[in-house]
Design a protein around this ligand. Structure first.
Ligand SMILES: [Zn+2]
Length: 452
């Protein structure tokens, strides 16, 4: 008999509306909403005054396993995710070795089955030589192409090679867009003595824009589905607005909240690729999100140790952790009246599920997986290095007070996190991707068919 959990009297964020009701979980599924008072369960959660959201799907994390486990691994990263209300992660392929073959992809999936506390999926990386692997791969959200900002065989910036990948593969493509030639030119122009502020001059607006432009052209020409990762400039938002129907895009909290002024106080802690830009870009990215030109928010959780980040620029690595603060940062904005709970559910659950064709994910509705997060919108807490669950043990948001925090997280009906305590026996499941669905734009009608 399936274990049943009944969550009573929460403010429940469904696709159609936000309503005070009860939710019944049966085994790994949401069985029903608005159940009669006589229904019994193995566990009852009195959630009056709390908000129940679909579990966050973070479609862009780097958990560093295999090969860089001193920064993070699938266990530590997924624990941080669970604490932050994130119930599903899609992990990036720039591990050691990089995920460039079907066999390496399956090895990662096997590791995750052993160690991952939340649900998981893994991207496969394009190289100039692995077209056949990209054609064979099935158990994956899609192909990651580093059009810039990578080294060795993961960097694919030759337009002919890019064209071949776009033309001869069917999996959705996700791109890191920063133009290498522009970056190189900027670096030469600025000379050898660089400070961290120069990071945004080396990886400038033009570098981002040129590369995104090329990706959009390729997608258009080959009619290939494209997702542009971590958009950082106003100009890209403008461009993306003209390519709806085929292309989707994401924005990260650090590009929404940080700008070049923050180098003064945070230095290399906010050194990230693409670089942080200007306050005007922050505003344009928020507008892009609110107007639907950017479809989702992802953390790009990219942990490096404190020692690594303290090296003098440019020896300091780019990237910052964020998986456990993604949801609180957005909930705080709800409390400030800038966004709504339904927008949070759309950008962090429904949209990523639709972009990547996930089966039974992303909505708080009967029949969907019971990936859920209960949040206390009144809980105010300061983000602190020492409270982070990520192995790297620091956060660029240290000292920031946020209002609205996860208090309980369920992964497929299993309570994995409750007020600072974990059930470390819980394991997530491999996400099922059904790419015949056609992605975000093809499933648009689904939004209005709200259950319950
Ligand atoms: Zn990334």
């Amino acid at each position: 008999m399936n274990r049943r959990t009944l969550i009573r009297d929460a403010l429940v964020v469904t696709p159609g509306e936000v309503l005070r009701t009860s939710v019944l979980i049966e085994g790994p599924k949401i069985a029903a909403l608005d159940v009669p008072a006589t229904v019994r369960a193995d566990e009852e959660v009195r959630a009056r005054g709390m908000v129940l959201l679909p579990g966050v799907i973070d479609p862009h994390v780097h958990f560093r396993e295999p090969g860089l486990e001193h920064k993070e691994d699938l266990h530590s990263g997924s624990r941080a995710a669970a604490a932050g209300g994130v119930t599903t992660v899609l992990e990036m392929p720039n591990t050691r070795p990089p995920t460039t073959t079907v066999q390496l992809l399956h090895e990662k999936l096997a590791r995750a089955a052993q160690k991952c506390l939340v649900n998981y999926g893994f991207f496969i990386a394009a190289t100039p030589e692995n077209l056949q692997e990209l054609q064979k791969a099935k158990r994956t959200p899609g192909i990651k192409i580093f059009m810039g900002s990578s080294t060795g065989n993961l960097l694919v910036d030759d337009p002919k090679v890019l064209e071949r990948i776009f033309a001869h593969t069917t999996l959705p493509i996700a791109t890191h867009c920063e133009d290498e030639a522009t970056i190189r030119r900027n670096r030469e122009r600025l000379g050898p003595r660089l400070s961290v502020e120069d990071h945004s001059r080396v990886r400038d607006h033009e570098a981002a824009l040129r590369s995104t432009q090329l990706a959009l052209e390729l997608a258009q020409r080959t009619q290939h589905r494209l997702h542009v990762l971590h958009v950082s400039t106003a100009q890209e938002v403008q461009l993306l607005a003209q390519h709806q129907g085929l292309v989707t895009a994401e924005v990260c909290p650090h590009h929404l909240f940080f700008n070049t002024r923050h180098y003064e106080t945070l230095g290399t802690l906010v050194q990230v690729n693409p670089s942080i830009k200007t306050p005007q870009d922050n505003e344009a990215l928020w507008r892009g999100l609110l107007q639907g030109h950017l479809q989702l928010v992802a953390s790009d959780h990219a942990p490096h140790t404190w020692e690594e980040k303290q090296r003098p620029y440019p020896e300091s690595p780019s990237g910052l952790p964020g998986v456990e603060n993604l949801l609180p940062l957005l909930l705080d904005q709800v409390n400030r009246g800038r966004i709504t709970l339904q927008q949070v559910a759309l950008w962090t659950a429904e949209a990523p599920a639709r972009v990547w064709d996930m089966v039974d994910k992303g909505r708080l509705a009967p029949g969907y997986d019971a990936d859920l997060v209960l949040v206390d919108m009144n809980l105010s807490r300061q983000v602190r290095h020492e409270n982070q669950y990520t192995r790297c043990g620091w956060t660029p948001w240290h000292g920031t007070t946020l209002q609205g925090w996860p208090v309980m997280t369920w992964v497929r009906g299993q309570k994995v996190f409750e007020k600072g305590r974990f059930d470390l026996r819980v394991r997530g499941a491999e996400v099922v991707f059904d790419h015949t669905r056609g992605g975000y734009w093809a499933t648009q009608g689904g939004t209005s068919q709200a259950e319950g």
